[in-house]
Ligand binder design. Structure first.
Ligand SMILES: NC(=O)C1=CN([C@@H]2O[C@H](COP(=O)(O)OP(=O)(O)OC[C@H]3O[C@@H](n4cnc5c(N)ncnc54)[C@H](OP(=O)(O)O)[C@@H]3O)[C@@H](O)[C@H]2O)C=CC1
Ligand SMILES: O=C(OP(=O)(O)O)[C@H](O)COP(=O)(O)O
Length: 337
């Protein structure tokens, strides 16, 4: 059983911690925080040893009566691998520390591909991270694109993809982000960074994306248009997506006509935090017009890329050479369809 530490027990970090703790072949030996808040207390309640990333703040934790086990450097000494889930850009700064300590590390999508040198998705390029020292799990949006474009490419080939990424402005708990009442071209430049980001894990794919921020916190929504290489029947595509792991077809006609209703369905599934790990594709949106495939999907940004971090641990530590076997183990432990 390998020992995993989480540097940055936040939206993603706490979900990865629970996902790792659910696995049979790995365990959590520590998580880190910078503030003695309710999340820190929850970490201890879950049985995770708590470490601090800013040593000068030790007194704050003592005054709050929150027991800490040491600094992040102490936590690293207990672990075989680090999952860095610190805010965008901080992971790259931590890389120097990880190198000096000689520990493998997994980063998240907020880091730049070029800063880490390798990016990861369980379905598209797992093998490239086998035995690597560092890799970067691509962001929730890019993970969402991978999950559905990969099976489509395998089935009938992809000539070109165009996608409009309608992104949530903030996570539900992020009270300082927006917009509250605007639609923001973000970035205003076209194409957005999502196309190049997808190419870091789906090599050679021809894609251009446009991205917006809208005042919602529940999910991202993607509008995808695919020029297909070979003719295919829409029913074949539906069948392929239906059997694809970490993807689910949903029907507007059955009351799943919006991100809000999909998240209500996620509540019914009863997973931790009502998380939806699967990419939800609206079945009615799947259509082929003049040889071009159209479809719409929704992405629970807080959760969809979390199982990929678990698979990335197996790849870096070479616990499982076959991505399909890792995906199966991760899914089984997390109750993923
Ligand atoms: N949120 C999302 O929807 C998604 C985020 N990502 C990516 O995941 C990564 C983490 O994002 P997210 O979980 O949202 O971030 P959060 O802000 O929710 O959590 C960040 C965590 O890092 C800790 N932290 C803050 N500053 C430092 C520091 N200097 N050193 C060490 N730890 C620190 C925070 O501790 P404390 O709270 O105590 O200050 C917190 O535990 C980013 O790369 C992001 O781009 C990817 C997909 C989706
Ligand atoms: O939108 C996201 O990544 P993206 O920049 O790849 O679209 C992630 O959800 C992270 O977004 P955030 O940086 O607003 O937390």
């Amino acid at each position: 059983m390998v020992s995993v530490a989480i540097n940055g027990y936040g939206t993603i970090g706490k979900r990865v911690a629970d996902a790792v703790a659910a696995q049979k072949d790995m365990k959590i030996v520590g998580v880190s925080k910078t503030r003695p808040d309710f999340e820190a207390r929850m970490a201890l309640k879950k049985g995770y040893d708590l470490y601090i990333s800013i040593p000068e703040r030790e007194k704050l934790f003592q005054e709050a009566g929150i027991e800490i086990s040491g600094t992040v450097e102490d936590m690293i000494d207990e672990a075989d691998i680090i999952v860095d889930a610190t805010p965008e850009g901080i992971g790259a700064k931590n890389l120097k520390m990880y190198r000096e300590k000689g520990i493998k590390a997994i980063f998240q999508g907020g880091e730049k591909h070029e800063d880490i040198g390798l990016s990861f998705n369980s379905f598209t390029n797992y093998d490239d991270s086998l035995g690597a020292d560092y890799t970067r799990v691509v962001s929730c949006n890019t993970t969402g694109l991978c999950r559905t474009l990969k099976p489509i490419d395998d089935l009938c080939g992809i000539k070109k993809v165009r996608a409009v990424m309608v992104r949530r402005a903030a996570d539900p708990a992020q009270v300082k982000k927006g917009p509250i009442n605007a639609i923001v071209p973000n970035p205003p430049t076209v194409p957005s960074h999502h196309g190049p980001d997808l190419k870091t894990v789906m090599y050679g794919i021809n894609i251009n994306t446009v991205a917006l921020l809208v005042p919602t916190t529940l999910m991202h929504q993607h509008n995808i248009m695919v020029e297909l290489e070979n003719p295919v029947d829409i029913e074949e595509i539906k069948e392929e997506l239906n059997k694809t792991s970490r993807v689910m077809l949903v029907k507007a006609s059955e009351g799943l006509a919006s991100t809000a209703e999909i998240m209500e369905y996620a509540r019914e599934l009863g997973r931790p935090r009502n998380d939806l790990y699967e990419i939800a594709v609206w079945e009615e949106s799947l259509n082929i017009v003049d040889g071009e495939l159209y479809y719409m999907q929704a992405v629970h940004q807080e959760a969809d890329a979390v199982p990929e971090s678990v698979d990335a641990i197996r790849a870096l530590l070479e616990l499982e050479e076959d991505n399909k076997k890792s995906i199966e183990k991760t899914n089984k432990a997390m109750g993923i369809l």
